[in-house]
Design a protein around this ligand. Structure first.
Ligand code: TYD
Length: 138
């Protein structure tokens, strides 16, 4: 699926614990303008249910296990993020839901732009119409 990349977070493990790192430019292609994280979600609950017109994001589950459902309007993909060592890049025009599989999993998100409600598409039918129109205009 275009606009979706699963990457490895490098890790330094020792008897003192695990240290994970991602380097910008080397690992990621956008400049980070914003970081947010979500915690205190009970297993079974889901968030998201939107797409972004232009925002690029990297999602990292730093603790626990979270299921990410992705949809570009034509196909769907399910990705499990866990606290081992993967990250998920999501580019523009991907409808996403994030479902907590384990209580208190923590999702950290790095974003290419500051918060802007006008960049969101929160209506699934509008999302489908928008991606269909974009495809027709190519
Ligand atoms: P939203 O992105 O809709 O979160 P989710 O899809 O996980 O439910 O954000 C929920 C609310 O939080 C949104 O209405 C506004 C606020 N918010 C900010 O003010 N700044 C931010 O960076 C984010 C991500 C959300």
């Amino acid at each position: 699926m275009d606009n979706v990349i699963i990457g490895k977070i490098r890790c330094q493990s020792s008897e003192k614990g695990n240290l994970y790192f991602l380097e910008f430019i080397k690992d990621l292609t956008f400049d980070v303008k914003r970081l947010y994280f979500i915690n205190s979600v009970n297993a079974g609950n889901a968030r998201g249910f939107h797409a972004h017109k232009s925002l690029e994001q990297v999602l990292i589950c730093v603790s626990g296990r979270i299921q990410i459902n992705l949809d570009n309007g034509f196909m769907q993909k399910v990705i499990i993020l866990d606290s081992s060592n993967n990250y998920l890049f999501i580019g523009p025009m991907i409808w996403r839901t994030m479902k907590w599989l384990v209580d208190d999993s923590v999702l950290v998100v790095l974003a290419s732009e500051n918060y802007d409600e006008s960049d969101y598409i929160r209506d699934y039918d509008k999302f489908l119409r928008t991606v269909a129109n974009e495809k027709n205009s190519i």
